[in-house]
Design a protein around this ligand. Structure first.
Ligand code: G3P
Ligand code: CA
Length: 368
């Protein structure tokens, strides 16, 4: 858990000097005199508009007003952190079209699931850099496919550098909200994510309570370990089903459902500063697919001092509750503004969204 001390005068954020009030932690206590905006987190950048986890996607998110950009992190064969949602890369790159890598296609068990494809840990960074990113869901986001094969896979260091550059360009600190992907798996193959993450943050001068950085994970033990090494806020991600894979791996019978009981939330508050739940844990969908009533999760989390940043808000009908869809066409935009309004009204402290421009508009409308 980060030290949440206030700051006076000027501080350096992302290597960029900004007024202290602007640069303070976004995890100030509820008693803080400062009124803070809820956060808009550019999920995988601005993945509603650009292929995810590319510098172009992060750049657009920041220019649209996102407070944070969100890189998911995996590791290369030579130990470099790169931004991908998973270590199997055929969904989001053109790797399958590279005959020189055809023999790298293989089947592995990742977090208990058998997966066939190409894996970042089997490629050096130099090899990965020869690939190009592509849209993950071309049927739903056809317009994004015009950007296919324009962008490379960025390293985490490049994402931090871009956030620093964008902070200067935009005159406000652009935060970075990295997620460790498959931490138990990468530790077991000798390529642990956490020491690399700590080293990169320290190298960039970002391991201090006022750094605009939040670290997130679906696993628990790595966050507890990071709590001893990092001075930035930590967020425990909570899936709507299953259990943290480190629990599964170690035989701990607890599930995500156990983590969001009052007792589970108290334990999270001992090492983390917030939770990132599936949005349906905040407001579930009814059996007919319409949006239901808020659960007690926001209230219970706030009671133990945890911020709540649900995921993932997306404009297409495919991802919206039935009563917020505009038509039967899964690719058409539905009433995401109204969905976001309901969640801000339910008291969340930030949102992960593929459409940061809409997140900012709704957040700012709510606060005006
Ligand atoms: O990290 C918040 C959200 O991104 C979690 O879901 O699967 O998109 O990484 P995912
Ligand atoms: Ca993520």
């Amino acid at each position: 858990m980060a030290v949440l001390a206030g700051a006076a005068g000027l501080v350096v954020t992302c290597g960029f000097v900004v007024p202290a009030a602007q640069a303070e932690s976004d995890f100030a206590t509820p008693n803080s005199l400062h009124v803070r905006k809820d956060l808009v987190i550019g999920h995988r950048g601005s993945s509603g508009y650009r292929p995810e986890h590319t510098l172009a996607s992060y750049r657009l998110a920041a220019r649209m007003g996102a407070d944070y950009i969100e890189p998911d992190l995996v590791v290369t064969k030579d130990g470099v952190l790169v931004a991908r949602h998973e270590n199997e890369i055929s969904e989001t790159t053109d790797v399958a079209e590279h005959p020189e890598f055809a023999d790298r296609k293989t089947t592995k068990t990742i977090d208990g699931q058998e997966i066939t494809g190409w894996f970042t840990e089997d490629f050096t960074l130099a090899e990965l850099k020869t690939l190009r990113a592509k849209e993950r869901v071309p049927d739903i986001r056809q317009r994004n496919t015009i950007y296919d094969e324009r962008y490379t896979i960025p390293t985490f260091a490049e994402v931090l550098k871009e956030a620093k550059r964008l902070s200067k360009e935009l005159g406000r600190p652009i935060g970075v909200y990295p997620e460790t992907k498959h931490p138990t798996y990468f530790r077991k193959i000798g390529l642990p994510i956490e020491p690399r993450l700590v080293a990169e943050l320290k190298k960039a001068g970002l391991n201090h309570p006022n750094a605009k950085v939040i670290v997130q994970s679906f696993e628990v033990s790595n966050l507890k370990e990071l709590d001893r090494q990092l001075r930035v806020p930590l967020v425990q991600l909570i899936s709507s089903t299953g259990a943290p894979y480190d629990f599964v791996d170690s035989g701990d019978p607890r599930t995500y459902a156990d983590l969001i009981t009052p007792k589970g939330l108290r334990e999270i508050a001992s090492y983390a500063d917030g939770i990132g739940p599936d949005k349906q844990l905040v407001i579930p969908w009814n059996p007919d697919g319409t949006l239901g009533e808020p659960t007690r999760l926001v209230r219970d989390a706030h009671r133990v001092g945890l911020k709540v940043h649900p995921y993932t808000f997306r404009a297409e009908n495919s991802f919206l509750p039935a009563d917020f869809r505009s038509s039967d066409n899964p690719a058409h935009y539905g009433r995401i503004h109204e969905e976001l309004e309901v969640y801000f009204d339910a008291g969340v402290d930030g949102v992960f969204t593929d459409n940061p421009d809409i997140g900012v508009e709704v957040r700012d409308d709510e606060e005006n």
